[in-house]
Design a protein around this ligand. Structure first.
Ligand code: SF4
Length: 149
């Protein structure tokens, strides 16, 4: 029995390791942070060396990268996008707007959600307005660590 437990634990670790090194992502670029995300995805920072490849179809994505403030009108569409993704799935919130509403926070705008975590389960928050590409890359590496446990 103990041998089986050890075997399953090892399989789980291998699966987690392989998942963490093949995070295919789709993006929901709603705000101006999207320029920094696109910069991070480009050849200078080269996320593909970490096994992260862009996907247009959310049904083939493990990771959703969100930038910008999410309005309540937009929320159901974002949720529908997330629901299309197969499990296990992860969310990276990039920038102050996605994290907490930023300059469009509810005290200022009645139509903006105070963070995308009110709509989706966020795994990693990347702070900044806008965050630098290094910070976004750091967020991806933190997510890999989290998946590996
Ligand atoms: S955090 Fe700043 S840079 Fe990013 S979307 Fe909001 S206002 Fe734009």
């Amino acid at each position: 029995m103990k041998e089986n437990a050890l075997y399953l634990s090892t399989i789980g670790r291998v699966l987690d390791w392989s998942r963490s090194n093949s995070l295919w992502y789709t993006t929901a670029n709603i705000g101006c942070c999207s320029d920094e995300v696109l910069n991070t995805l480009g050849c200078r920072y080269d996320l593909e060396r970490f096994g992260s490849i862009p996907q247009v179809d959310p049904r083939q994505s493990d990771l959703l990268i969100i930038t910008g403030a999410v309005s309540y009108k937009m929320a159901p569409h974002l949720r529908a996008l997330y629901d299309l993704m197969p499990s296990p799935k992860y969310v990276l919130a990039v920038g102050s707007c996605a994290n907490c509403g930023g300059p469009f926070a509810p005290e200022i705008s009645y139509s903006t959600a105070p963070g995308v975590d009110r709509i989706l389960p966020v795994d990693i928050y990347v702070p900044g307005c806008p965050p630098r590409p290094e910070a976004i890359m750091d967020g991806l590496l933190a997510l890999q660590e989290k998946i590996r446990g």
